[in-house]
Design a protein around this ligand. Structure first.
Ligand code: CUA
Length: 340
């Protein structure tokens, strides 16, 4: 949908923005139509049925089922069309596609810290190629912020202790506004930046011009050694005293309490910050917490490292990790602990 001729409408530069605008103009159109209709009819009736003499007695009006049905059914259909259209767009917007390129975003009073999986870091700038699906994995070091790119019509809260995601596919090269859209303290209004959308070749040049930086996965691997994860989870995450981390991401983990959990970003983060929260079946509460010891950016690096560990190939040099979570599942039934 072309909107550039309308004043105050931000530029439209993603695959989503035209769809959001179409819905927005539908809502506005319906609102304007009924406002004018009701105001017009009101004025018309005020004049038509005005009292002409002090002794005039109006004719009594009986109800009309036809009319009642009509003015109930029509608004119902209109309201449901808004709901269905909005829900469909919402789902599309809130489910990042599988093949999207991931970019990490960490909010902080008052700046946006961005890291590409290839290692490039940016502050208050986000470089992306045109025509590629980008998934943002976002968290914050302090309070709630909100990552808002008006030209892409995307906006999502960035919440402490959680990962939120949103995605987009830019359609037009250019520079666009990036805002924080959640009041986050004194310099909230200064928590702004720009999104630079580039042609793919131009973007590749930009990427290769910034290669002196470590990828989050490599930085995560080093952290894994220095903060001591390695001593229980093995050199390549094959496990041992702690659960195996190789191939963990996206897997179903069986827990001590009989439940299962999908190992997503939130679960992995929680397991580092609060290891006792969800104990993997077969493992005791021996892991210390890393709360306050590593930053959100370091957590993102650990996460990137765990994600990068392949499921197969690391087992070869592992001395058969005793109670690997997946294989331990059937024994749950036999364990007296399982009913607790
Ligand atoms: Cu960050 Cu407002």
């Amino acid at each position: 949908m072309q909107t550039s001729w309308i004043p105050f409408v931000p530029p439209s530069a993603s695959t989503l923005s035209g769809k959001v605008d179409a819905l927005y103009f539908y809502l506005s159109g319906v609102t304007v139509f009924f406002t004018l209709l009701i105001a017009g009819v009101l004025i018309f009736f005020v004049i038509k049925y005005r009292r002409r003499s002090p002794y005039e007695i109006p004719r009594p009006v009986a109800g009309s089922h036809k009319l009642e049905t009509l003015w109930s059914v029509i608004p119902f259909i209109i309201a449901m069309s808004m709901f269905a259209w909005g829900a469909q767009l919402y789902f599309q917007n809130s489910r990042p596609p599988q093949n999207a390129v991931e970019i990490y975003v960490v909010g902080k009073q008052w700046m946006w810290k961005i890291q590409h999986t290839t290692g490039q870091r940016e502050i208050n700038e986000l470089h992306v190629p045109v025509g590629r699906r980008i998934k943002l994995i976002m968290t914050t070091e302090d309070v709630i912020h909100d990552f808002f790119i008006p030209a892409f019509r995307i906006k999502a809260d960035v919440v402490p202790g959680r990962y939120t995601t949103q995605w987009f596919e830019a359609t037009k090269p250019g520079k666009y506004h990036l805002f924080c859209a959640e009041y986050c303290g004194m310099n909230h209004s200064g928590m702004i930046g720009q999104v630079v959308v580039m042609e793919p070749t131009e973007f590749d040049n930009w990427l290769s011009g910034n290669t002196n930086q470590q990828s989050p996965a490599v930085a995560g691997q080093q952290l894994y050694q220095t903060i001591g994860c390695v001593s229980c989870h093995g050199t390549n995450g094959e496990g041992g005293r702690g659960p195996a981390l190789a191939g963990l991401f996206g897997r179903q983990e069986f827990l001590n309490n009989g439940q299962t959990v999908k190992a997503d970003e939130a679960y992995i983060r929680e397991s580092v910050i609060n290891p006792q929260a969800k104990l993997v079946n077969g493992f005791g509460p021996i892991m210390p917490t890393f709360q306050g010891q590593i930053s959100e950016e370091q957590l993102v690096q650990i996460l990137a490292f765990i994600k990068s560990l392949p499921a197969a190939g690391v087992q070869s040099n592992a001395p058969a990790p005793a109670p690997a979570p997946a294989t331990a599942a059937p024994s749950r039934a036999a364990s007296p602990e399982s009913n607790r």
